[in-house]
Design a protein. Sequence first.
Length: 255
Amino acid sequence: MPPILEAKDCVMRFSGLTAVKNFSCSLEPGHIYGLIGTNGAGKTTVINMLSGVLRPTSGEIIFDGKNITGVKPHKIAHLGIVRTYQNLRLFNKMTVLENVIIGAQIEKPYHLVTGILQLPRYHEKEKELRDKAMEKLEIMGVSEYANAQAGSLPYGLQRRLEIARILAANPRLLLLDEPAAGMNPQESMDLVEVIRRIQKDNHLTILLIEHDMKVIMSLCEYIYVMATGEVIAEGLPEEIRSNPHVVAAYLGRAE
């Protein structure tokens, strides 16, 4: 089966500083991949390139056989690549349900005139959006908070809400930037089970950045390791766990 996404020798420079050097990866459909490394290794820069936030200085990004290098983020989202951020980007004063409805509106459900005049199709589509949003909240275990303000939720539930919102955008590839950040160990393991379930139920491909090695090793089928802007190792979890270069660079000690 051909890869759903390929990055080919992607380089990202900022004013002479090379943040990412010749990054390459190949993601097959329906699998969960990890991207790990110390702070400043270039992981989020990679996600920013894959999602269109940054255009690589050089290299190519291919999604589903199409070259999407330099394509704008909203167009990449329409193609099926959606992401979360290290820092939560919720609409805190809107309800939990409204936040997810916004994610579901990535495809215009009706013409502007239909909305202004509130024609029957408008009410029909609004109900569909609401039902879809509630379904994603139920999947992520936060449906009981649907009418609460998003900003009032505990941090761990806000993380779940963020994932519910991007699920509503009908993704094919999820880019998750530290989804377990700020969670306690039990919350992190609960999130692992939720991510595993949504990946299986929706046949999603997931690329996950995470510092919690227990999350990475429990969830990911294949792992890329970065240090100082480049991939220093890649392989199965058991291979990464025993790789002396990873132990030295990522864990800070020799094997």
